[in-house]
Each structure stands twice: as structure tokens, then as C-alpha cells.
Design a protein around this ligand. Structure first.
Ligand code: ASP
Length: 299
């Protein structure tokens, strides 16, 4: 249902007049404790295109820098009566903790290495639009599986929608117990990519690494970087995805990333706005039907 609603917003976003009044009078606060380009901007655009008031707060420019705790920041913002808080936090579970302290709806914009649900939703929408379905597709998620919240959210969503998920990466970057999430594990790119419909590349998330996980960037690219040679092992019509930000020449070769016939990367960004509009729409409808106003709902 959310993906169907997002389809509607894809059309609205492609029209000349992109704005509606659905969220008129509603306040959305984007609270980002970690850097973001796509997620923050697309939530801002989503809120504005639905007619809401959107406020952006980044940790760098807030009292968090002065030593205020996460909970105090949450309570402070809560006192301003927002309807929705979109939160990104470097600690897994940070967003859930915050959601327990406020009365408004909270959307997870990425928490540590744990989850990034709206990324998985936009990925599903991008795949469904190109392939017409998710059911029965084989999706290979490749690279730094260990540190990737995008990977975890995609595994849950794709499995739920009937796709088959493989993860591919060096043993140092694939958690030993990941097969419990219902995925097949490969440590060789060419073997893992065989007959895949979708190749989803992940960034090496060095900001989350303590110590060294790969011998060198050159060697990593040689074995795990996506280039045309490795891509040839996937199905001839396999599509390439990447949540961004991309590190060209590290996990992906520029020629592959920019291949307009195979790469879904730009479409993923476009779908991000539509999916986040659908999330805000559904969530505020839920809020409207839940008395008392501004109370209790969470996502
Ligand atoms: N943008 C995605 C995230 O926030 C992926 C990445 O940073 O590599 O998790």
C-alpha cells in the first residue's frame, strides 16, 4: 500500500505544480546527528511538497555540541509540539530510545548499523517500477555488509516481498550469523552475482570501522568492486543500485555507475522523495484518526 501511494507521489513530483496542502498546519522536524545529503533533503522536500512546515536541525549546529543529552534534546523539541520527528543517529537503537521520550511520531532516518527503513522502501519502489515485481527476483547486496543499515533493512523488506537475497563481501565485512536473516552468503563476487536480477552495491563505511577490515582499497576494488567484468556474471538485464554516497573506484567503477541502461542510482534518489511523502502522508493520517491530537503514534 505504501509503495502504491508512493507511485502516486512520483507522478505528483513530475508535474509542474508539485505542491499539495495535505500537511498544512503540520510540523516536521528533521533531527540529524549524522551527515546526510539524500535522506535529509528528500524528507525536507517531501514535507514541503505536502504543504507542511519543515525545520532542519543538525547536531553540528545545535546544543548537542554544548553537551546536551539526546533525551534532553528530544524533550526540548517535543515541547514545541511537532507532529513528526525524522531522526538519524550514529548509535543503533538511538532513534527508538528517542521515540520513547516524545509524544509525536518518529521516523527512523538511519540508526547506526541497525536500520534505514525508508531507504529499503525506496529501493523496493525503484526495483518494482523497472522489473514490475519483487517476488521471485534474486537480489545481491555487495560490499560492507557488516556496517550497513541499508543492507539490514533491505534484507527484511525484500524477504517479506518474496525476493531471494544474497549477500557478498569479504569475511571481515560479513557478520558470521547473517544467514539467520534468511540470506545466502558468498565471499566471491562472480559466484555470488551469477544469475542475479539486481546488484546492490554498498559503500565501505570507514566512519564505523575501528581497525582495518580490508588490506587496501586497491585490493578491495580488485576483488569486490563492481566493474563490467564482474557484472557480466549477473543476468544480462541485471540492474545496478547504490544507496549513495558512492565512492567511485572503491566499491564501484564509474563506467558501471553511469551506465544509463543498467544503473538505477538516479532513480533511487527520485523515488526517495516519493516514498518519504507516502510515509508522511500515511503517518499523519494515522495521527489524525488517533485522539488525542499530537499524541502517541510512532513509526
Ligand atoms: N546513505 C546510506 C546510509 O545512511 C548509505 C551510506 O551511508 O553508505 O546508511
Amino acid at each position: 500500500m505504501l509503495l502504491d501511494l508512493a507511485e502516486y507521489y512520483v507522478e505528483q513530483n513530475r508535474a509542474r505544480d508539485k505542491k499539495s496542502a495535505l500537511l498544512r498546519g503540520r510540523t516536521i522536524i528533521n533531527l540529524f546527528f549524522e551527515n546526510s545529503t539524500r535522506t535529509r533533503t528528500s524528507f525536507e522536500l517531501a514535507g514541503k511538497r505536502l504543504g507542511g512546515d519543515v525545520v532542519n536541525i543538525s547536531a553540528e549546529a545545535s546544543s548537542i555540541k554544548k553537551g546536551e543529552t539526546l533525551i534532553d534534546t528530544a524533550m526540548t523539541l517535543n515541547a514545541m509540539l511537532p507532529d513528526v520527528l525524522v531522526v538519524r543517529h550514529p548509535d543503533s537503537g538511538g532513534v527508538k530510545l528517542l521515540s520513547e521520550k516524545v509524544n509525536c511520531a518518529v521516523i527512523n532516518g538511519g540508526d547506526g548499523t541497525h536500520e534505514h527503513p525508508t531507504q529499503a522502501l525506496l529501493d523496493a519502489l525503484a526495483i518494482r517500477r523497472r522489473k514490475g515485481r519483487l517476488q521471485g527476483l534474486t537480489v545481491a547486496i555487495c560490499g560492507d555488509i557488516l556496517h550497513s543499515r541499508v543492507c539490514r533493512s533491505n534484507i527484511h523488506l525484500l524477504n517479506t516481498m518474496g525476493a531471494r537475497v544474497r549477500v557478498i563481501g569479504p569475511p571481515t565485512l560479513v557478520p558470521e550469523t547473517i544467514d539467520r536473516l534468511g540470506v545466502e552468503v558468498f565471499h566471491d563476487m562472480k559466484a555470488g552475482l551469477r544469475n542475479c536480477d539486481i546488484v546492490m552495491m554498498l559503500r565501505l563505511q570507514t566512519e564505523r570501522m575501528q581497525g582495518s577490515f580490508v588490506p587496501s582499497i586497491r585490493e578491495y576494488f580488485h576483488f569486490f568492486g563492481l566493474d563490467h567484468d564482474k557484472l557480466a556474471c549477473a543476468k544480462p538485464d541485471a540492474l545496478i543500485m547504490h544507496p549513495g554516497p558512492m565512492n567511485r573506484g572503491v566499491e564501484i567503477d564509474s563506467e558501471v555507475a553511469d551506465d544509463i541502461d543498467r544503473s538505477l542510482i538516479r532513480e533511487q534518489v527520485e523515488m526517495g522523495v516519493a516514498v518519504r511523502m507516502a510515509c508522511l502522508d500515511l503517518l499523519t493520517r494515522t495521527l489524525a484518526s488517533n485522539a488525542p491530537p499530537n499524541g502517541g503514534a510512532r513509526a
